[in-house]
Design a protein around this ligand. Structure first.
Ligand code: SAM
Length: 327
């Protein structure tokens, strides 16, 4: 069930909304994908994982494994060359936005998420998820506490990032949180293959995928993925999916001066529904790129929101912004 709020009717924000969404070309048309779409593509592959350097037991897909998959798919397109790291660029605007690796500030979001009571939220939205570590922490908690009737929405500019890391990471999280060692082994057994069950890897069998889908269904956890550019179209898709209250998280997404007003707009729209909260983590200044926290806050100042800024104690100044609807 989606929610609606009165943005189009809100005098204060209509012009700002229009501006923020109009100034940027939505270069990649956003598309909503059900998680089943990506699970189908994963079935029959092997996924190697590593433990994340964070208290708890979260894992993520190994980067070498992603490269290996891309090379075996004979990736020749420009986009895929960036994805396999054959150039020195972390980001190339409008082509690849850096989602295959985990960026520093996502750990700041995760730290703060440990203090949040997820049972107060119905929807969890991550904007610009990449490896989606904050969403993994949320998802693991939902599984452990058996919280029902919730949905997770993850967005990334690159479809390939969703396919190669975001969804595999959600799947790995479920495998290693919800199944016992014996169940996990048994669901990977193949009658025709020996030695396919190995430490640090998951053989994605149809049985394992079916069990995952079934577990999500039984717990009433819906997972949607959106690929493509931020903007009005993506916002409309998000609005059709979220339930209230929503907890929104976003890390390292305000580095581009061109796009940070759009992020501010999307944050503002998402928190309009009562009880919703957004946590946005970022470096204070993105040297050489131009985005900055100051500029992001200046955008938020024009919206019907209230926010607080927490400075994170780190070499390169980082901050965490908590945003909610103006009272
Ligand atoms: C630097 S990465 C950060 C990834 C992840 N949040 C982290 O902290 O590890 C920036 C993310 O922002 C998203 N992004 C950047 N520009 C975008 C745009 N114009 N439209 C949609 N998403 C965009 C991409 O999805 C990308 O994964």
């Amino acid at each position: 069930m989606g929610f609606k709020f009165g943005f189009e009717d809100d005098e204060r924000d209509t012009s700002a909304a229009k501006d923020a969404f109009d100034v940027t070309a939505e270069t990649v048309v956003p598309r909503v994908h059900d998680i089943s779409h990506f699970l189908e593509l994963m079935t029959g592959t092997r996924v190697s994982y590593e433990h994340i350097d964070f208290p708890g037991s979260l894992v993520r897909r190994e980067f070498f494994d992603v490269r290996h998959q891309l090379m075996s798919e004979d990736a020749e397109s420009d986009e895929l060359q960036f994805l396999i790291g054959s150039t020195a660029e972390d980001v190339r605007n409008g082509v690849y936005e850096g989602g295959l690796k985990s960026w520093e500030c996502c750990y700041d979001v995760m730290q703060r998420l440990q203090e949040v009571d997820f049972s107060g939220y119905k929807s969890f939205l991550e904007l610009g998820c990449g490896t989606s570590l904050p969403s993994l922490l949320i998802f693991q908690s939902l599984l452990q506490r058996k919280q029902t009737h919730v949905n997770l929405i993850l967005t990334d500019f690159n479809y390939e990032v969703l396919r190669l890391v975001s969804v595999p990471n959600l799947f790995l999280t479920w495998c290693l949180t919800s199944l016992s060692k014996e169940e996990l082994e048994q669901l990977q057994q193949r009658p025709d293959v020996e030695g396919n069950v190995r430490d640090g890897e998951i053989d994605v069998t149809p049985e394992l995928v079916a069990r995952f889908k079934n577990a999500l269904r039984e717990q009433h956890v819906a997972i949607s993925l959106i690929s493509g550019s931020w903007g009005r179209q993506m916002m409309t898709q998000i609005n059709a999916l979220v339930q209230s209250p929503t907890l929104m998280v976003s890390s390292e997404t305000i580095y581009s001066p061109q796009h940070l007003p759009v992020v501010a707009q999307m944050v503002s729209e998402t928190v309009q529904h009562a009880g919703s909260l957004a946590l946005v983590a970022a470096k204070d200044i993105y040297f050489g790129v131009g985005g900055s926290l100051t500029e992001f806050l200046a955008c938020l100042d024009k919206k019907p929101v209230e926010y607080s800024v927490e400075k994170i104690n780190a070499g390169l100044q980082r901050s965490l912004v908590r945003v909610h609807k103006k009272k």
